[in-house]
Design a binder for this molecule. Structure first.
Ligand code: HEM
Length: 450
């Protein structure tokens, strides 16, 4: 028979049980209420999708911030807001709105990239270049990098290394068969890795060879330095991290896709190859030079147009150091802003038929005295409307290297091979992690004949 004291104890535990169970529910309700209270009373509310607590609008992005930004611009206009997790970000999709973000002055209010906790944990927010928030250290590192990669001599050597590595890939392709089906999205990142490592450390990296060995029944074991040893090297990991080799690799895969999708463009490209190299075909014996690469006006326009349609970095986010006025509103220090490059690249405000692949946009039309029309380098692209390499004080320092590399690869590939898409109807397969990357691009490649 239970006593009064026992009943009290049972009541107490039941009470505690239900209280403990309802505590998390209470906390969640409080958090959600506070989140939406802050959301509905935020300063300068802008149009944008309704966020969820904790995750913000990340689910609506479906892993594609670029596509999301374009869809939101269509719905809400050229200035809108979204939440990346719990962080409110103001997205800007017009040249005048991003003008301050693209300022080249070191006094810019937009020096810092977003203060992401993950980056802090990795310790990269105060070192290196890309995520560095310490201006003094950043300035020194950036100067060092720029001095080593900008001079023409470096670019000249870069062209030679690109060609050597291309010859290596050709040997693998030859061994795999003459009329070959390849997934170029698999070859390209290894290709740019080997080029980067060779030019920065002078050592071979053999990631192409390692990949070839996975594709072939006969293995080539000509690896001089174990890959693991190289990966451990401080010098190399720095080179790999900072050199954004992946950006070049994926950008180049997109260039191939657009050329193959546009037979007229392919024809014009072959014409330019024949003008510059004196033949419709670049033979293996021909050593292409940096001077040759500089003459490739149409090829450069093709690469620029591919980067306009599919910029591998579709959005750049920055955080203000001081108060900032944009679009008639004042925002306090620490506000996050996103410049939607992709939205501006695809806007009818700046581009005629923006979804069409038209390299001529980047060229000047010139009529000769005899009436023949030809294209020259140069165009009237409005400031802050074309930013595949970002802009302002933190603009990509590797843009010349990347462009030289892509031009060399374009003429080597299309000058020596007949390249076709395995499925011309298949849309471009890409994902976002943490820039746009080509997931698959299946090609038939066959050596060209004169
Ligand atoms: C097609 C290839 C490439 C693309 C599309 C690309 C694009 C970009 C973009 C959009 C940015 C951000 C700029 C901004 O904040 O406004 C950037 C930064 C950077 N890129 Fe590239 N990049 C490429 C290749 C390279 C290469 C080859 C290198 C090195 C040689 C390089 C080194 C860097 C560095 C160090 C930064 C950080 C700059 C800073 O914060 O001061 N990139 N790149």
């Amino acid at each position: 028979m239970s006593t009064l004291k026992d009943n009290d104890t049972i009541f107490f535990y039941r009470y505690m049980d239900s209280w403990l169970l309802s505590l998390p529910v209470f906390l969640i309700i409080t958090y959600v209420a506070k989140f939406y209270f802050q959301y509905f009373t935020r300063e300068n509310p802008l149009p944008g999708p309704m966020p969820f607590p904790v995750i913000g609008n990340v689910i609506q992005m479906r892993g594609h911030p670029g596509k999301f930004a374009v869809a939101m611009q269509e719905k809400y206009g050229e200035i809108w807001e979204a939440y990346i997790g719990t962080e409110r970000t103001i997205f800007l999709c017009r040249d005048d709105l991003i003008a301050n973000m693209m300022s080249s002055s070191t006094k810019t209010n937009f020096f810092n990239r977003n203060n992401n906790e993950g980056l802090k944990e990795m310790g990269v927010h105060m070192e290196g270049i890309v995520f560095n928030r310490d201006m003094q250290v950043w300035r020194m590192n950036r100067k060092l990098l720029t001095h080593s990669i900008m001079p023409p001599n470096y670019l000249k050597e870069f062209v030679q290394v690109t060609q050597t590595i291309f010859n290596e890939v050709e040997n693998y392709w030859e061994q795999l068969g003459l009329d070959l089906e390849i997934d170029i999205a698999q070859w390209m990142p290894r290709f740019t890795t080997d080029i980067t490592v060779k030019t920065t450390t002078g050592k071979p990296f053999h990631s192409l060879l390692a990949y070839y060995n996975t594709q072939s029944s006969t293995k080539d074991n000509n690896i001089e330095v174990p890959i693991s040893k190289l990966i451990e090297s401080e010098e190399l990991s720095h080179a790999i991290r900072e050199w954004n080799r992946m950006l070049s690799a994926h950008s180049f895969s997109f260039v191939i896709y657009y050329i193959c999708q546009n037979p007229y463009v392919k024809l014009q490209l072959e014409k330019e190859i024949s003008q510059v190299f004196g033949n419709n075909l670049i033979t293996k014996q021909y050593k292409i030079t940096y001077e040759d690469i500089e003459k490739l006006v149409y090829t450069e326009a093709v690469i620029k147009e591919a980067a306009r349609l599919t910029p591998v970095v579709p959005i750049i986010t920055k955080e203000t150091s001081h108060e900032e006025e944009i679009g008639g509103y004042k925002y306090k220090a620490g506000t996050k802003f996103g410049a939607s490059f992709i939205g501006i690249h695809l806007s009818t405000r700046y581009w005629q038929d923006p979804k069409k692949f038209m390299p001529e946009r980047f060229l000047k039309k010139v009529s000769d005295s005899n009436g023949t029309v030809r294209y020259e380098a140069g165009n009237n692209i409005k400031k802050n409307t074309y930013m595949p390499f970002g802009g302002g004080v933190r603009i990509c320092p590797g843009r010349n290297v990347a462009m030289t590399e892509m031009k060399a690869l374009t003429v080597l590939l299309f000058g020596r091979y007949d390249v076709r898409l395995v499925d011309p109807k298949a849309p471009l397969a890409y994902s976002f992690a943490p820039a746009i990357q080509c997931d698959e691009l299946k090609l038939f490649i066959r050596p060209r004949k004169i």
